[in-house]
Design a protein around this ligand. Structure first.
Ligand code: V1D
Ligand code: CA
Length: 469
């Protein structure tokens, strides 16, 4: 019988109605002792979930609160270091974005944007239906970017092997403008920071949409290899990411695109993903990986027409983890909040080596969002959605990409000659002083201990109690 990526195949955590309340929420994986057991950190500033793009807009930051409730409800905080990161500063944002764009972003208000006199400025900065001006927009952007940067600092100073920021992953933002719901590009900012210490960065993007902003930012360098899997038909947003976009100059062949059609299913996606990523990682030999885990590639997404189940998406993340390379994991798109939060909670469990009971915790806040099944793994495969990627199409994709990999000629031995400008000319002493400062900064970051976290949960529940009355 074929493996089911949807429902609960796990016998060890099964229960009947009488024993339900005694069932553990999770168990450690059976091969726990032999497995790669990375130090995992979780970077989350809950303020990020309070912003609203607008009632009709599909991007709902609220999904991040649902995710956090699931993560905490399953007690995954017992397996990670938790940080409440500070916002990114203006000067941190300027590492990638232009000054006039950041000035605009930090000064425009919804009231002003309603005025006709601003029409030209709004058009200049691509403000419109996809990227509206909303209350607190700049705060929102600096909070999610701050969390990704915080995560990179933990990787750089060796405190974390895997650092997670589900509020990040906004891969479309450009140097001079927002794009596709993304205001600042936390991924580009993070990669720039990682490049100060790591010779080669691999960027993997499994969001439904092409990771165009990240690809564009590193299109001419061989120190960052970008690889995006996405829907492509020449029209679907952002209408880039065909096979022939491969990089230019020194970056030739260091951009990889896997353009797919609607309806791709679990088996075909996983097979294709693994058959490309394994040789790619062996060839490029990255020193650090950034993985964007957009949830709009799941079945039943409000904007997407892929057909993946949560376990299949997770299988890709787990496969990359199995290489044991330091990794920044970020979110991205995802427009059916209940499934976004299920997915990112499940992926947190994979990264922390914890096996979750499929039945959602009884005392979960917002549990009614997950009815009627209350399961972590509802079947998301739409039976009426045909897989328009037939075997031949997928085989051709694989062959073309593997052919491109042959041109990589091994990993570039990096002389670090493309170090971001502010670190050029660093002496050993400078570098040590810098590390000391980093450590100090870590200490000042709000590290959330178990007790503080428990208090926070009690507070959240009280608030929900009030809401329900
Ligand atoms: F359906 C909508 C309703 C309101 C506002 C916007 C949309 C919408 C849906 N899809 N907008 C889109 C995409 N834009 C366009 C352009 C509008 N022009 C006329 C064409 O099709 C943008 C999709 C953005 C996807 C973002 C992402 O999922 O990749 C993401 N990743 O990280 C964060 C977000
Ligand atoms: Ca993608």
């Amino acid at each position: 019988m074929a493996y089911s990526w949807a429902d609960d195949d796990d016998q060890t955590l099964q229960h009947d109605s009488k024993t339900l309340k005694y069932m553990p929420l999770y168990e450690l994986n059976s091969n726990f002792n032999q497995q790669y057991r990375p130090n995992v950190s979780y970077h989350y500033n809950e303020q990020v979930s309070h912003f609203h793009y607008g009632v009709r807009h599909p991007m709902k930051p609220f999904r991040l609160m649902l995710t956090d409730h699931l993560v905490i409800g399953y007690k995954l905080h017992e397996h990670m270091d938790l940080y409440k990161p500070r916002r990114a500063t203006r000067s941190e944002l300027l590492e990638f974005h232009s000054e006039d764009y950041i000035d605009f972003l930090s000064s425009i208000t919804p009231d002003q944007s309603a005025l006709k006199s601003y029409a030209d400025t709004l058009a200049k900065f691509n403000i419109g239906d996809d990227c509206p001006v909303f209350d607190g927009m700049y705060d929102y952007a600096s909070i999610y970017a701050g969390a990704s940067l915080d995560a990179t600092r933990k990787l750089i100073n060796g405190q974390s092997d895997i650092a997670i920021n589900w509020s990040g992953g906004l891969h479309h933002a450009k140097k001079f403008e927002p794009s596709g719901f993304c205001y600042v590009n936390d991924i580009v900012l993070s990669i720039l920071n990682l490049l100060r210490y790591y010779p080669r960065v691999l960027y993997i993007d499994i969001d439904l949409h092409h990771g165009d902003g990240v690809q564009e930012a590193f299109y001419t360098t061989d120190r960052v290899l970008t690889c995006s899997f996405h829907k492509y038909d020449g029209k679907f947003f952002p209408a880039t990411g065909n096979l022939d976009e491969t990089g230019i100059g020194k970056g030739k062949n260091f951009a990889i695109n896997v353009p797919l059609r609607d309806g791709v299913d679990d088996e075909s996606y996983i097979r294709l993903f693994k058959s490309i990523m394994e040789p790619l990682i062996n060839q490029f030999n990255p020193s650090v990986i950034v993985q964007q885990c957009g949830a709009d590639s799941l079945g039943c997404d409000r904007l997407g027409r892929f057909n993946l189940n949560i376990k299949a998406h997770g299988e890709c993340v787990n496969f990359i983890k199995s290489f044991g390379i330091p990794m920044l994991v970020v979110g991205g798109g995802g427009y059916t909040p209940r499934n976004v939060s299920r997915l990112w909670c499940y992926e947190t469990s994979l990264l922390t080596n914890v096996k979750l009971n499929s039945k959602l915790p009884e005392n979960l806040a917002f549990r009614n969002w997950f009815k009627p099944d209350y399961s972590l793994h509802p079947n998301l495969k739409g039976d009426n959605l045909q897989n328009q990627n037939d075997r031949k199409f997928l085989e051709n994709l694989k062959i073309t990409v593997l052919e491109q990999l042959r041109f990589l000629n091994g990993a570039p031995s990096c002389s670090m000659n493309e170090i971001p400008p502010d670190l050029q000319g660093f002496t050993k002493d400078d570098e040590e002083a810098f590390y000391e400062k980093l450590k100090e900064q870590d200490f000042n970051d709000k590290f959330i201990d178990g007790e503080a976290r428990d208090k926070k949960i009690m507070k959240d529940e009280a608030r929900i109690g009030e809401l329900m009355e």
